[in-house]
Design a protein around this ligand. Structure first.
Ligand SMILES: NC(=O)c1ccc[n+]([C@@H]2O[C@H](COP(=O)([O-])OP(=O)(O)OC[C@H]3O[C@@H](n4cnc5c(N)ncnc54)[C@H](O)[C@@H]3O)[C@@H](O)[C@H]2O)c1
Length: 279
């Protein structure tokens, strides 16, 4: 994509939220392999530091709660101090996905999802963008979801948070025009991590965290606005909304679109839900 100053990943500083495990960790690994310095921030700071130790001298691990703006600011400051250079790339990746019928979800968990999945991203943008704009150089990747384009039964509030991130990202990208700073939104299908564990997503394609990581790293060069993974689902995000509701209902029925309610292994799912409840 022309119009943006090139970001050379060799020695660049990349900060990634929620990177102690899953997609964030795979992304940290691929940025380090591409020559970048990586700051791993996570609510699970111990695990973040262990991950950084494994990745070597170009990685650092930090405590981070993306819902707390001061904690986020301290994370970015510590990343720049540790690696001795300003931030080149921020990956807003931290997120949670409780599942179940809308009317059975608790208000506390609704608010937690909004706080992490939406306000966490807003905090990251407000903290990282001013410096990037001043330098005329930088890239932000928001890890949203195809659930930010397609509603799914059993994930209503999660859908709401991801639709919010998709809209927020598109509008901020417009405001960044002519600043030299770019913003890409990555839209993964189901990904093989703890977040989706215990749910048989049926017809929904399931990819590996490394596939999302590769898309995030590629976006530093392409600066593409929205990147679906797998890529062919990108075309569906544009055509499916055009289908009449009756047709969609039949297709959804065939695809078993209520997997997040009806295709759940409670014992496996409980491990993930216990973790996010405890966190
Ligand atoms: N796994 C999927 O099927 C899938 C599909 C589409 C989109 N996504 C999105 O990808 C992102 C990463 O998901 P994942 O599958 O790797 O999940 P994961 O549960 O494996 O990892 C998420 C990490 O975020 C951390 N985290 C949670 N709350 C935090 C907070 N307040 N501050 C800092 N860190 C926090 C957790 O400790 C965890 O290490 C999320 O935004 C998720 O919505 C995942």
């Amino acid at each position: 994509m022309t119009g943006y100053p090139k970001i050379n990943l060799d020695g660049a500083l990349v900060a990634i939220t929620g990177a102690a495990r899953g997609i964030g960790l795979a992304t940290a690994e691929q940025f380090v392999a591409a020559g970048a310095c990586v700051a791993i921030g996570d609510l699970d700071g111990g695990l973040a530091k262990e991950a950084a130790d494994r990745l070597g001298v170009r990685a650092s691990g930090h405590d981070l709660d993306v819902t707390d703006k001061e904690s986020f600011a301290a994370f970015l400051a510590a990343a720049e101090a540790h690696h001795g250079r300003p931030l080149d790339v921020l990956v807003n990746n931290a997120g949670i996905m409780p599942n179940g019928p809308f009317l059975e979800m608790t208000e506390a968990m609704d608010r937690r999802q909004m706080d992490i999945n939406v306000h966490g991203v807003i905090h990251g943008l407000r903290l990282a963008l001013p410096g990037m704009i001043e330098r005329g150089h930088g890239h932000v990747v928001n890890v949203a979801s195809l659930a930010g384009k397609f509603p799914l039964k059993g994930l209503a509030v999660y859908n709401g948070t991801k639709f919010a991130v998709v809209g927020l990202s598109a509008a901020v990208r417009l405001e960044l025009e002519d600043t030299g700073v770019s913003l890409s939104t990555v839209l993964p299908s189901a990904v093989n991590t703890e977040l989706s564990s215990g749910i048989d997503m049926g017809a929904l394609p399931c990819v590996e965290p490394e596939d999302i990581a590769a898309a995030v790293v590629r976006s530093v060069r392409s600066r593409t606005a929205e990147i679906a993974v797998p890529g062919y689902l990108g075309a569906l995000t544009k055509t499916v909304p055009l289908l009449p509701e009756g047709v969609m209902r039949r297709v959804r029925h065939l695809l078993k679109d209520d997997a997040a309610i009806s295709a759940v292994d409670p014992a496996v799912r409980k491990i993930y839900l216990d973790r996010i409840n405890k966190q």
